[in-house]
Design a protein around this ligand. Structure first.
Ligand SMILES: Nc1ncnc2c1ncn2[C@@H]1O[C@H](COP(=O)(O)OP(=O)(O)OP(=O)(O)O)[C@@H](O)[C@H]1O
Length: 632
């Protein structure tokens, strides 16, 4: 009943608003009032509409529209075509009159450069003083002559924003494409498919496209084209698409690009706005980090895939070339691990007590007794050990790296987490020893009621002092394997005959509690974690320069060598730098943010603010993570 009353009210209001005197702003005001009622009920899509209608730009635009509508019928005739001269006269007269503040202000206004420019523009329009003058059309055009268009563009130090090609069969010179936002497109007079007849008075018949370009390059001021217009000018009705570049592209290194200067270089992880996909081979796009710049050409999905394949096959046969050096490093690490393992085997007692002593570090404030899970040494050592296996797996054709090769662009959308949505998983990635665990621990300690790690799973027996679900979830080998094979493990490995790993469900348990789950993952786990249910935000922790690292890590210890808390050697730092570079090269497209861990306090502060932004501000995420309006 209440509902139907409201509908009646709305339709009354609508009737009222159809009165032209109320204008569109009035309609908008009424609509907003009505939406307010629905907004609190969180009806799908309404938030979006609400934000849109509230946006100041739309309201301003509608006001402009109202004004234009109001004056549309009126015909404006300039009162004078000499406004500028008149203003000068007034200024002279004012000079002789009294020096009251009002007169001084008026003089200042009339002498202001902007006002003078405005009057000057007014006079130009009033005098109909338009330039350049187009040559008159010849009178004796035969009836059978193809309709021609004469296009005159003022160069103004900008590129034309169009490419030309020769028709394979007829040999005609055609406009191949018109770049969005460029000079040609803004003129609205040149279209892809137009046939060039003359350029600057020179016939293009029999000329190569390069010769035509040379004529254009030599011209100063204006460029004149005589064209036979294409019968069906292409209409770009495609919706704007946003993609994340999963690979890099350098037009200067691509001899196949139609026009090198028109190419848009991009790096892995750049978000691109694709404005035109009409051409099967070359799309038009711009970087969202640089929307002010002109649109450029990028290879289409299909073309870039082909280029990647050609590049891949053109490489000499070296299985997993791109991972080779990383694996070598891991083998060295694995050797280290063997040394560690030997130590452990030599003294099982010590191993037990080391595990126990580790607990102390995992309580935040002894009074509060808040346990921070996920920092046990066994799982960290296990991750180190499985590092090699994971890298080997990632060299398999279905790995993230290869699939990135198969999908050069990933469609993305802007995702704004609503207060009622679960938090996004925060994942820290970085080379071993860079400080991933230190930062993670410090973040959780800032507010353990807000940030939490996931409790890992293990198949090793529970110890007397441990609590199931606190240090680990203790499960049977069978349960663990089930989780592995059903892809419910973000990462896992074997250490001293037992499995260790972090499950999706353990992460979800933290998120379900309304907390922010903070994990560290080997980069090979990135693809597994990238699901709509976790919506992970990846932060790459990067080492600073060697000199800074030597200074800041003077007293730091490499934790994984837990029998001897070893100080960082120069080789450790070099290895870290090298590994960080490799991680960025291979996985940089997935990193949402990069933090250089130089000064620990600064890095912690940056981490905290980044995590807050990841949860509260809109971010680009794969389109598959956000249900479309019809699905939701
Ligand atoms: N910015 C920093 N300045 C000084 N010391 C740091 C800084 N960041 C981390 N450390 C120290 O460096 C050592 C290694 O850090 P951490 O254990 O967090 O490494 P990690 O990235 O987790 O690597 P791993 O997984 O191999 O343990 C620790 O002693 C830590 O306190």
């Amino acid at each position: 009943m209440i509902q139907s009353n409201k509908c009646a009210e709305l339709s009354n209001k609508n009737r009222m608003s159809t009165n032209p005197q109320n204008g569109l702003s009035q309609i908008l005001r009424l609509l907003l009032q009505e939406l307010n009622l629905f907004y609190s009920r969180d009806v799908n899509g309404l938030c979006l509409l609400y934000d849109l209608l509230h946006s100041p730009w739309l309201q301003a635009l509608l006001k402009v529209y109202d004004c234009l509508q109001e004056f549309k019928e009126k015909k404006f005739i300039p009162a004078t075509s000499q406004a500028k001269a008149l203003s000068c006269e007034v200024v002279d007269l004012l000079r002789e009159s009294s020096h009251s503040p009002e007169i001084q202000e008026l003089r200042q206004i009339l002498q202001g450069p902007h006002f003078k420019a405005l009057l000057s523009a007014h006079d130009t329009v009033a005098q109909k003083d338009f330039e350049p003058l187009l040559p008159p059309l010849p009178d004796n055009i035969p009836e059978s002559e193809e309709a021609m268009r004469i296009v005159c563009l003022v160069k103004n130090q900008q590129p034309l924003g169009a490419t030309i090609k020769r028709h394979e069969v007829t040999g005609d010179i055609l406009v191949a494409r018109v770049i969005h936002g460029g000079l040609a497109e803004r003129s609205g007079l040149l279209y892809a498919g137009d046939k060039l007849v003359e350029v600057n008075g020179v016939s293009v018949e029999g000329l190569d496209p390069e010769q035509v370009i040379h004529i254009l390059a030599m011209s100063r001021g204006t460029m004149m084209f005589k064209v036979v217009p294409v019968s069906d000018p292409p209409v770009n009705s495609q919706k704007m698409v946003y993609v994340r570049a999963m690979t890099e592209y350098w037009p200067q290194e691509d001899p196949t690009i139609p026009c090198m200067d028109a190419g848009l270089p991009f790096q892995k992880g750049d978000i691109l706005e694709i404005v035109d996909q009409n051409d099967a081979l070359w799309w038009q796009a711009r970087k969202i980090s640089d929307l002010g710049t002109c649109v450029g050409l990028i290879p289409s999905n299909h073309l870039l895939k082909r280029k990647q394949r050609e590049f891949w096959w053109s490489q000499p046969y070296q299985p997993h070339t791109h991972l080779k050096s990383t694996i070598t490093i891991s083998m060295e690490e694995d050797d280290d691990m063997k040394i560690d393992e030997k130590c452990v085997e030599a003294d099982e007692e010590t191993f037990e007590s080391e595990e126990l002593s580790g607990d102390k570090e995992e309580f935040v404030g002894y009074d509060q007794k808040v346990f921070i899970a996920g920092f046990r040494r066994s799982i960290r050592l296990c991750r180190r050990k499985t590092h090699l296996n994971q890298l080997c797996n990632s060299a398999h054709p279905t790995s993230s790296c290869y699939s990135a090769l198969g999908a050069p662009y990933e469609e993305v959308v802007r995702y704004q987490r609503r207060p009622s949505d679960k938090h996004r998983l925060v994942v820290l990635v970085g080379p071993s020893g860079v400080g991933v665990n230190e930062l993670r621990r410090q973040l959780i300690e800032v507010d353990p009621s807000r940030f939490q790690s996931a409790v890992p799973h293990t198949t090793r027996p529970q110890k007397s002092y441990e609590v199931n679900g606190r240090e680990y979830h203790y499960v049977t080998k069978e349960t663990f394997e089930n989780l592995m094979y059903s892809h419910r493990m973000l990462e896992y490995g074997e250490y001293r005959g037992h499995f260790y790993g972090t499950s999706v469900d353990a992460v979800k348990a933290v998120l379900d509690e309304g907390k922010i789950c903070v994990l560290d993952l080997e980069p090979q786990g990135i693809q597994v974690a990238r699901t709509h249910e976790l919506k992970p935000y990846f932060i790459f922790i990067k080492p600073s320069s060697m000199n800074c690292m030597k200074r800041s890590r003077k007293d730091a210890k490499i934790i994984t060598h837990y029998f001897v808390d070893m100080k960082f050697k120069d080789e450790d730092l070099e290895e870290m730098e090298d590994l960080a570079q490799k991680m960025e090269t291979q996985f940089g497209q997935f990193f949402d943010h990069v933090i250089v861990n130089d000064n620990l306090q600064d890095a912690c502060a940056q981490l905290l603010s980044t995590v807050q932004k990841a949860q509260e501000e809109p971010q680009w995420v794969p389109v598959t993570w956000v249900p479309s309006e019809t699905e939701s």
